[in-house]
Design a protein around this ligand. Structure first.
Ligand SMILES: Nc1nc2c(c(=O)[nH]1)N[C@H]1C(S)=C(S)[C@@H](COP(=O)(O)O)O[C@H]1N2
Ligand SMILES: [Mo]
Length: 348
């Protein structure tokens, strides 16, 4: 009985650990944009999610045992809800990874599986908090025992093996999943902006009217720069990688933020970051050190931007996720406060 209890406690902790890891890497995955960091986070996320499947047999024992207790001591049917939610999360995650996301797409934006995944995950977090509330497990000596460490290692190894197995399946079957980027995104519309999805972060919409200039402020000065003066031939090939699960590589053209500021304002005392704001109010603060590689782009693949993609001018922030690539830029402000003084993700 003791052994069973300990096994139950251990599988509960392992379950919670994997869920926290899956949730944490899920959120982090939205923030990383570079190939290596994206890869590490995406692998950890996939392995943690699939590792949950390895715990199913053990958790079944725990739940069965709870059922055998008098009703007032039983885990409520929350267990079934949680199991269902985890199943939906894992299944939609695997479907997205495989590349089956487009199946449910109705509006041309093939992100449905991922939306189901994120939606179910949010509900799962709430349900999990409700379920574990009052079931505090105080850390015990045994948690650091050799056996526990071995068990943790076995679970980690098994999870990674499961993840590798799915990747192998995509390769052997030729599923689109085999061609995903390091962050886990599927390619859509590289070198063809017309085939690239038009995506908004949350509640923003394509504006009816946009300006024909960008207002630049800093050091107590204000300059209105006509859009026509923004095509300075600064070019960069960069990947727009949306957290909705797709990416596209394009040749972008316009002017770097560094050149914009130098040309029109010169040196600005105490400058720390550049606040780039859309006509819609959507904004991001870009660190000054990135200004040389960040573009105000007027063209993609040699053609002027389409309205959906941010015409007449948008931000191109290489190495950062799509959510940083402010569309329909209206204002650029040189600020003497740090770039990280902003919510990690926009609120609109
Ligand atoms: N003004 C504004 N800019 C925005 C967004 C937005 O909602 N509003 N969404 C961002 C997100 S999440 C992405 S992925 C890209 C999508 O660019 P696209 O529609 O040109 O593909 O724009 C970014 N720029
Ligand atoms: Mo996005």
């Amino acid at each position: 009985m003791r052994g069973l209890q300990r096994a139950g406690r251990r599988s509960n902790l392992a379950l919670l650990g994997l869920l926290l890891l899956a949730g944490g890497t899920g959120v982090l995955g939205f923030a990383v944009g570079t190939p290596l960091a994206g890869r590490v986070v995406a692998v950890a996320h996939g392995a943690a999610g699939l590792g949950l499947l390895l715990l199913v047999p053990w958790k079944t024992v725990v739940v069965r045992r709870a059922r055998a207790k008098p009703p007032q001591l039983r885990a409520p049917s929350a267990a079934y809800w949680l199991t269902g939610l985890v199943a939906v999360c894992v299944l939609s995650g695997v479907l997205h990874a495989a590349g089956a996301a487009g199946i449910w797409a109705t509006s041309g934006t093939p992100v449905a599986a991922l939306q189901v995944h994120v939606g179910a995950a949010v509900v799962l977090v709430l349900a999990l908090v409700a379920h574990t509330w009052g079931r505090h497990q105080r850390p015990r000596r045994v948690d650091l025992s050799r056996r526990t460490l071995l068990g943790t290692g076995a679970l980690a190894g098994g999870s990674l093996a499961l993840w590798a197995l799915t990747e192998g399946v995509w390769r052997v079957t030729g599923a689109p999943g085999a061609r995903r980027s390091g962050t886990g995104s599927h390619e859509r519309g590289t070198d063809d902006p017309t085939a690239m999805p038009v995506t908004q972060w949350a509640s923003d919409t394509v504006p009816d009217a946009v300006g024909t200039s960008v207002t630049l402020t800093g050091g107590g000065r204000e300059v209105v720069v006509p859009v026509a003066d923004l095509d300075r031939g600064d070019a960069v090939r960069a990947r727009l990688d949306c957290t909705g699960g797709w990416y596209a590589d394009q040749d972008w053209r316009g002017t770097t933020l560094a050149r914009l500021v130098t040309d029109h304002l010169g040196a600005v005392d105490g400058a720390q970051c550049l606040l780039v704001t859309s006509v819609t109010g959507f904004s991001r603060r870009v660190p000054l050190r990135d200004a040389g590689g960040t573009l105000l782009a007027t063209h993609a693949a040699g053609r002027p931007l389409s309205p959906g993609h941010g015409a007449p001018v948008r931000l191109v922030a290489p190495g950062r996720r799509g959510v940083w690539w402010v569309k329909w830029v209206d204002r650029v402000e040189v600020l003497d406060s740090p770039w990280w003084l902003q919510p990690p993700f926009p609120l609109q």
